[in-house]
Design a protein. Structure first.
Length: 145
């Protein structure tokens, strides 16, 4: 019943490990050392490449920064000159909104964007600015029901 192909599969396997010589172990250890050294050299090369890339990026950013400093300084000076007029304009808008309540929602939309320019605190009121129009009104019920 056993074919010659199956007899190869059913052969008992040796349980003892083949003998490994000391020279083979030393060769394997030397191969592992070589792999470790190659890995460390590759890691050092990668770190060096990354350092060179970051140094180049730093030089580029410093160059751009030195070009932008005069522009930023000029914009800062212009802003400091125009800021009092901006605050005056917002104060005028607040005074207008105090007299014309229909303008208040428009002004409130911009209050969150530039809160430092709204110098007059908003009065707290419990009444809504615009009363909602009910769309689903029911007829009043007669008393007793």
């Amino acid at each position: 019943m056993d074919s010659p192909e199956q007899s190869d599969l059913l052969q008992p396997r040796p349980t003892a490990l083949p003998s490994i010589t000391v020279q083979e172990l030393e060769a394997q250890c030397q191969d592992l050392r070589t792999l470790l050294h190659a890995t460390l050299v590759a890691l050092v090369a990668l770190a060096l490449a990354l350092s060179l890339f970051l140094a180049k990026q730093m030089r580029m950013v410093r160059g751009e920064l030195s070009e932008m400093r005069p522009l930023i300084h000029r914009l800062t000076v212009e802003f400091k000159q125009k800021e009092p007029r901006m605050k005056g304009f917002i104060s005028a808008l607040q005074a207008y909104a105090a007299n014309n309540r229909e303008f208040q929602p428009t002004l409130d939309r911009y209050r969150a964007a530039v809160p430092e320019y709204f110098v007059v605190p908003q009065p707290v009121t419990t009444a809504p600015l615009l009363a909602p129009n009910p769309t689903n009104t029911l007829a009043p019920r007669p008393p007793g029901r």
